[in-house]
Write a protein that binds this ligand. Structure first.
Ligand SMILES: Nc1ncnc2c1ncn2[C@@H]1O[C@H](COP(=O)(O)OP(=O)(O)OP(=O)(O)O)[C@@H](O)[C@H]1O
Length: 261
């Protein structure tokens, strides 16, 4: 079996007195599609933000392709490694956020070309060529010169996906990417993710409340509760036959609220 691309070992994350991740360990294989599900506040977004080095950690180890992500203890918390190391990590991992986070004063094309030009020194013409391929892939080549404010939420999110792909990451993190969308726009974003899952060998980690999508998309489901992984398994095992009481209760509530699992 291939070595894990991500190894998370005994991570803790505290905000003051609040323990958000409590000795969490998990491994992800190259190319795996994982869905992180669980109640609100259970720490799913936090683990993605930690992988993206947007947060410090309070303890534990994380390796990405064998490289330590955090070290150099400072004021009792572990901080991301130095800038060059961090830059290398950022090229390995792309993230798409719930609220798009596009640069509002840049057109769609510039949103996608900015990171490769600034961080990798890619020439403008090459960055634009690649950006147009990515915009074509997400169905937005005709919007290249539009400003973000001129786009629908679904279109903004597809630009955000193209932007994250522009650095050719091996790992993509999706944090509730459809939660801020009107229901009729959800499917267009999910379709792009289906396409990425089918056509690339990228490792994909998805935090979602769309249980039906998680079921269809993921190779493996991780169920989070109170900062721990309570249960994990193949989608059919978790959704049809959850073993843990906390997973059963969570899924019962989801079904009672009328969602497909
Ligand atoms: N910057 C912060 N300062 C203090 N507490 C925080 C901060 N960020 C997150 N938290 C807390 O950490 C806990 C875990 O948050 P997180 O966003 O990871 O949960 P989640 O499982 O993704 O929830 P949801 O499904 O609602 O997004 C929550 O109790 C949240 O209030």
């Amino acid at each position: 079996m291939a070595a894990p691309i991500i190894r998370i070992d005994n991570i803790t994350k505290r905000y003051g007195p609040l323990t958000v991740l409590d000795g969490l360990s998990m491994e992800v294989l190259p190319g795996e599609k994982l869905a992180l599900i669980g109640p609100s506040g259970s720490g799913k977004t936090t683990i993605l933000r930690i992988l993206m080095t947007l947060e410090t950690i309070s303890g534990g180890h994380i390796e990405v392709e064998g490289d330590q992500l955090y070290h150099m203890p400072k004021n009792g918390s572990l901080v991301p490694a130095d800038d060059r190391h961090l830059q290398r990590m950022r090229e390995k991992i792309g993230m798409v956020f719930q609220h798009f986070n596009l640069f509002p004063h840049k057109c769609v094309l510039d949103n996608v070309t900015l990171a490769p030009m600034l961080t990798k020194g890619v020439a403008k013409a090459a960055a634009e060529k690649r950006a147009m391929e990515l915009l074509d892939m997400v169905g937005l080549a005709d919007k290249a010169k539009n400003m973000p404010a001129q786009l629908s939420g679904g279109q903004k999110q597809r630009v955000a996906i193209a932007r994250a792909l522009a650095l050719s990451p091996k790992i993509m993190l999706f944090d509730e990417v459809t939660s801020a969308l009107d229901p009729e726009l959800v499917e267009e974003v999910l379709n792009v993710m289906r396409k990425l899952a089918a056509e690339t060998d990228m490792t994909m980690l998805l935090v979602t409340h769309e249980m039906g999508f998680a079921h269809d998309f993921a190779d493996r489901i991780l169920f989070f509760d109170r900062g721990k992984i309570v249960e994990e398994g193949k989608p059919d095992e978790i959704f049809r036959n959850p073993r843990q009481e906390r997973t059963q209760t969570f899924l019962r509530k989801i079904i009672a609220a009328g969602h497909r699992v």
